[in-house]
Design a protein. Structure first.
Length: 135
């Protein structure tokens, strides 16, 4: 068991994952809206277990620039998840090259999948950040 998550077993072998209050966890996602903890966002965000950057500039995957990735890279994650909106849309190759150069693992997926993957990695105690476009 990691320090970031505690598994509680209940009758019937079901379990729930209990995240410490200090961790940012995605509680819900729908096109145009994301809920992280008790807050709802209608604009793109960058989130890690302990950092939340709201009102992140890009509103579509095609709007993403190298400067937009800098706040996520500053978090020094092992893995960066790029949630590209309602559909998986890959950013320009030069932006992906920036991630390769920084030696950060990354995945590009639709925002719903990025939210689910982020939660799993946070629960495992991984150093993960998610740059989520809310579209």
């Amino acid at each position: 068991m990691t320090a970031t998550a505690r598994i509680q077993y209940v009758i019937g072998m079901k379990f729930t994952l209990d995240h410490p209050a200090t961790l940012h966890v995605v509680r819900g996602y729908a096109p145009g809206l994301i809920r992280i903890g008790d807050r709802e966002f209608a604009r793109s965000v960058i989130v890690s277990a302990r950092t939340l950057i709201d009102d992140w500039r890009p509103q579509r995957a095609i709007d993403l620039t190298a400067a937009d990735l800098e706040p996520a890279l500053a978090l020094q994650p092992e893995v960066l998840l790029l949630g590209s909106g309602t559909r998986q849309v890959f950013p320009a190759p030069d932006l992906l090259a920036q991630l390769y150069a920084a030696r950060i693992g990354f995945e590009v997926m639709d925002t719903g999948a990025a939210c689910r993957t982020y939660n799993v990695l946070v629960a495992e105690g991984r150093e993960v950040a998610a740059a989520l476009i809310i579209a």
